[in-house]
Design a protein around this ligand. Sequence first.
Ligand code: ATP
Ligand code: MG
Length: 555
Amino acid sequence: MVVMENKASSSNFIKNIVSDDLQSGKVAEIVTRFPPEPNGYLHIGHAKSITLNFELADEFKGKTNLRFDDTNPVKEDTEYVEAIQEDVRWLGFEWDDLRFASDYFEEMYQRAVLLIQKGKAYVDDLSAEQMREMRGTLTQPGQNSPHRDRGVEENLDLFARMRAGEFKDGERVLRAKIDMASPNINLRDPALYRIAHAHHHRTGNAWCIYPMYDYAHPIGDAIEGVTHSICTLEFEDHRPLYDWVIEECEMADKPHQYEFARLNVTNTIMSKRYLKMLVDKGVVESWDDPRMPTISGLRRKGFTPEALRAFCREIGVSRAYSVVDERMLEFFIREDLKLKAPRTMAVLQPLKVVITNYPEGQSELLDAENNAENEAMGIRQIPFSREIYIEQDDFMENPPSKYFRLFPGNEVRLKNAYFIKCEEVVKDANGNVVELRCTYDPETKSGSGFTGRKVKGTIHWVDASQAVPAEFRLFEPLLLDEEGDSDKEFLDRINPESLTTLQGFVEPNMKEAKGQDKFQFFRHGYFNVDPKHTSPELVVFNRVVSLKSSFDPKA
Ligand code: ATP
Ligand code: MG
């Protein structure tokens, strides 16, 4: 069994680098940052990056900033800025400084002017398509733009006019002057600034030119004194450009970029673009739909920050491509809730049972443990009377052999209550079973020490007269196949049956349940009270995870 760690104690290659850098005196203090673009909600992949950055700085008594990479106004929005902050905090992390790339737009502009003055950048009039054609390929060098050798004065003038709004989107770009024959395509005079006449969620209409990620990111890191700028492996080939910007812009602080492999999880979409499509097309209710792999979706489904952090630590940090089994995520939430969640009874698909020898109008209270594995959670009392609900699945009129639950003539134990025996089956005009008539044996009360005879099945139930109506939402993966295994159109791969809604009952004491309360329902798994759909009339439960899995991450 995995013991949950409180500290990020296991080692990884980035931690070793940090430790060496501190020991050798290369850096005095470690500073990291988590740099999301506010163009969607965070997903479980971001949780890995967040946990890595914050815990690393924590362990070495350094700092972590939350920096919004808000350089693409068309796709960005304050709704996302707020949701991202909420998610980072909920995961259990507090940033040292909250920053925005847009805080540095003026400095970035001035550094670009410096590049022009040094002959390291020029304004190009080529269209995006022309630039693409002239960029060359992996095997062929690119060609110089006809505007590459413009004089400094002309470049300064054009760049100022770009800023002043004299040109339309796409008419000019500022490019770094590096090497059109470089084997690294990222160094073939990459664009540093583009024109976008768009309203920005923070700077409004102050700017109509915006820095590119590869230019903005290193400058932001350097301004904030970030020492270890950690990103995913697809940026490895951008590192020479990152270093070029730091050097040529004459930044005083010299951050370094380190890359690790992104998190992939089976059956899970891990791209904001596709997640946004699911929201926009109405496939899911919202970004925090419990089927979404977003942090807010996982929260609403019933995941805890402890489980997500433990998962992120367990998967570790490396440079090797891998896909993590989704059952590993489930393993960690079961581990976390096992001793924390009260264990109660819920009937998801009710079948009424009348106990014919129990006096009408009478009822009693029975003791039930709140968590058989955690005595400290104490005991509650549940009502029992003449009519109860059991699960439709727990009765079969013509059972196969080895079926130990209810069938005509058979006796089972009601969890925390009595033995009951099925005497009669009541059907409607179509032959559907609508009610069972049973007898109970008062001698067999749970906890009474009764040893007279044994039964092989124990089933759960709730008292019909006091049960609280509830809705249960069960989830299946949103995608029918595993990501990457199919070229089918994304929307054709969607599972039409990812949500099943059932109407049933829970124990009367659950009337008080509030959004985000978590329970283990006997035999059904862990459930979370949905904070959006629960009303005074109806409690809605999301299933976090079923009870069992054969999966063991340590196996
Ligand atoms: P997406 O493609 O989903 O939009 P992104 O990388 O464009 O992801 P950003 O907001 O730019 O999203 O990411 C912020 C940080 O989170 C980056 O440092 C990025 O490397 C990291 N990150 C994003 N996805 C993953 C992932 N699957 N695993 C680990 N880290 C990730
Ligand atoms: Mg991005």
